[in-house]
Design a protein around this ligand. Structure first.
Ligand code: PLP
Length: 402
């Protein structure tokens, strides 16, 4: 039998998905689990999306659409991008994709040649480096664990080589929740310009930044970089529709054209019903959608305050709360090398995540999934009672490490 392709070695099933599944399995077996591993809201779907999807099914929309999406949806999203960036935007600058993940994949295939280096601040969402590797590039992690989980201009400059082609910016960040402010973004933008780099700007959690923090769109800040910025966004997180798979790429036309060609030979088009649903939500349902997102922000702000209050009881674990999204990221550095209450060693974040699942009934994602074996990601986008119960058990369990 012939072997599997060499590139299979570049990819393993995502750790995030593994922990989410483990948590669900234990819950299905009757155990009360606070599932803080999932990267999604556990609320009902935004109402206009739901209604429009049902109407689209009844209307018999069951055929392929244009590769880059329904013309009306591309137009509506171009309008949204114009609002976000303050720039005129046409549908030709938009490709609708099966979630942001596919937008990022198409972008990697379009922009990265074998041998290219891509800078990625670390901790990072694990899919970024994996997709870069699939495209033949080399991800270069910028370690931000000592700089408050944000890259510094100096570390970016020091990592640039003649092979550097792109930098990935993700704000609010998954897993840390950190939000890049205008000053930092401006400096990074200038470095990218000086060194002729693409900037892949992932703002999937941009709608989930509660005041007083603000989400800054890179192109609104630096419209002069329009030719080198590739924006990626999604309705997954902001509309509680992760399973529906609608995201998009907003970029210079040659990028969209090439990315769309990849899409035409892979997904063909994003799901037609989901496209109609988002189209209606962005047009006739817009006011309702905005209200839905405001409610989600308020709910998340309440959960975040509750979580921080409980986590303040941790003895040896540092929490550096981010300003947006729905994750809290813990630095477990001072626990590693010690022992759990049952005498087993605290070797790394993976061991902590497994121990928390069995002892505290909390599913979390270890930092190894984000390039940082000392971190732990907790999602607070879950029911408030589960959150409080789970976090109290987590604090008690981790404070027993000796
Ligand atoms: N980008 C970031 C930073 C994410 O955290 C995620 C999902 O976890 C995605 C993109 C993918 O989103 P989608 O569900 O739209 O593919």
């Amino acid at each position: 039998r012939q072997p599997l392709a060499g590139r299979t070695a570049l990819v393993s099933a995502s750790e995030t998905a593994r922990m989410r599944t483990l948590g669900r399995e234990l819950a299905a077996a009757g155990r009360r689990i606070a599932n803080m591993a999932a990267g999604e809201l556990d609320t009902a779907l935004a109402a206009p999306v739901r209604r429009a999807a049902i109407a689209a099914i009844e209307a018999g929309h069951n055929r392929y659409t244009d590769t880059s999406g329904l013309p009306g949806l591309r137009s509506a999203i171009a309008g949204l991008v114009a609002e976000k960036t303050g720039l005129a935007w046409t549908p030709a600058g938009i490709s609708v994709t099966a979630g942001a993940k596919q937008a990022l994949f198409n972008a990697a295939m379009t922009l990265i040649d074998p041998g290219c280096e891509v800078l990625i601040p670390c901790p990072y969402w694990t899919t970024f480096p994996t997709q870069i590797r699939i495209a033949g590039g080399t991800p270069v992690a910028l370690d931000t664990t000592a700089t408050g989980y944000l890259p510094t201009p100096a570390m970016i400059r020091a990592a640039i080589t003649p092979a550097t082609r792109m930098i990935v910016l993700n704000t609010p960040n998954n897993p840390t929740g950190r939000v890049y402010d205008a000053g930092l973004l401006d400096q990074i933008a200038s470095i990218a310009q000086d060194h002729d780099l693409w900037i892949l700007f992932d703002e999937c959690y941009g709608a989930l930044v509660p005041a007083p923090a603000v989400h800054v769109n890179l192109l609104r800040l630096r419209p002069d970089l329009r030719d080198r910025v590739v924006l990626v966004d999604s309705f997954s997180k902001s509309c509680a529709m992760t399973g529906w798979r609608i995201g998009y790429l907003a970029a210079p036309e040659p990028v969209i054209k090439a990315a769309s060609a990849f899409q035409s030979h892979t997904a063909s088009n994003p799901n037609v019903i989901a496209q109609h649903a988002v189209l209606a939500a962005l047009t006739t349902g817009r006011a309702e959608l905005d209200a839905f997102q405001a409610d989600i922000r308020a709910l998340l702000a309440g959960n975040r305050a509750l979580a921080l209050d409980i986590l303040a009881g941790l003895d040896r674990v540092t929490v550096r709360p981010g300003e947006g999204g729905f994750y809290l990221y813990l630095d477990l550095g001072r626990l590693i090398g010690r022992q759990f209450a049952d005498g087993s060693p605290v070797t790394d974040a993976d061991a902590v995540a497994e121990h928390l699942l069995s002892e505290a009934g909390v599913a979390s994602v270890p930092g190894s999934a984000f390039g940082d074996p000392r971190g732990l990601r907790l999602s607070y986008a879950i029911d408030g009672d589960d959150l409080a119960t789970g976090l109290r058990a987590l604090v008690a369990t981790l404070n027993r490490v000796a």
